[in-house]
Design a protein around this ligand. Structure first.
Ligand SMILES: C[S@@+](CC[C@H](N)C(=O)[O-])C[C@H]1O[C@@H](n2cnc3c(N)ncnc32)[C@H](O)[C@@H]1O
Length: 214
């Protein structure tokens, strides 16, 4: 297991990331949801919701330029059981390039260019049904309800049916999938009111798992 040393992000990555994020936001504001990456503080608080050991499988969706990715890697997650999914191909290129720099051309976790609605088909086949965490910063709050539901359903479809959960970072103090309360337990686990804008982390656990256990 190769973990990421802390503070390895060089200045050119940090500057390039803000520039690219803003540029892509101008093109697709709803897809990005915000004009700047997550604050590192919010990213670390979100990453801390993941209880990872060497066997933990994690899929990050909406990885963007990789702030949350770096917070997860700094926790020492197993890079053989970690993958990122991102819809914007320029961000994928940036993230892949920055990971290469961080790992100095050694093996690094894969950046999958794809749509989170299609998770079952784009993550490694052997992971389907075994993912412990889907970690998301996708701006669900700005999306149509049907699209939010498809992304959440796609995440549920790859999760471990006994213990899997979705960790979602958002700028909304209200759950973006409140309408799914019948099926999903929704707990706000972080409230960072001092963030600009205030940031929140939600844990979504499917109720059907509880039924399966009883
Ligand atoms: C708020 S930004 C990501 C922030 C980033 N994780 C960070 O740490 O700063 C949301 C990201 O979700 C991506 N996204 C939106 N819809 C998506 C989808 N259906 N599948 C995959 N990625 C998506 C956007 O392209 C964007 O990069």
């Amino acid at each position: 297991m190769v973990s990421l040393p802390q503070n390895v992000v060089n200045k050119s990555i940090a500057t390039g990331e803000k520039r690219l994020f803003f540029k892509q936001w101008l093109k697709s504001p709803m897809q990005l949801g915000t004009f700047a990456p997550l604050s590192m503080k919010l990213a670390h608080l979100a990453a801390n919701q993941v209880n990872a050991d060497n066997r933990t499988t994690i899929v990050e969706i909406g990885a963007g330029t990789g702030r949350l990715t770096r917070a997860l890697l700094a926790k020492g997650v197993n890079i053989d059981r970690f993958a990122m999914v991102e819809l914007d191909h320029k961000m994928c290129g940036f993230l892949d390039h920055s990971l290469k720099q961080m790992y100095q051309s050694k093996k690094h976790p894969p950046v999958i260019h794809g749509n989170a609605e299609n998770l079952v088909n784009i993550i490694p086949r052997t992971w389907v049904g075994k993912v412990d965490y889907v970690v998301s910063a996708i701006p669900l709050m700005y999306m149509e309800e049907t699209l939010r539901e498809r992304i959440i359903q796609a995440s549920l479809d790859v999760l471990n049916p006994v213990s899997g959960s979705i960790i979602h970072v958002t700028y909304s103090p209200v759950s973006p999938i409140r309408f799914m309360e019948g099926e999903i337990i929704q707990k706000r686990v972080v409230s960072l009111w001092g963030n600009i804008p205030p940031g929140f982390v939600w844990r979504f656990t499917p109720k059907r798992y509880l039924h399966d256990l009883s």
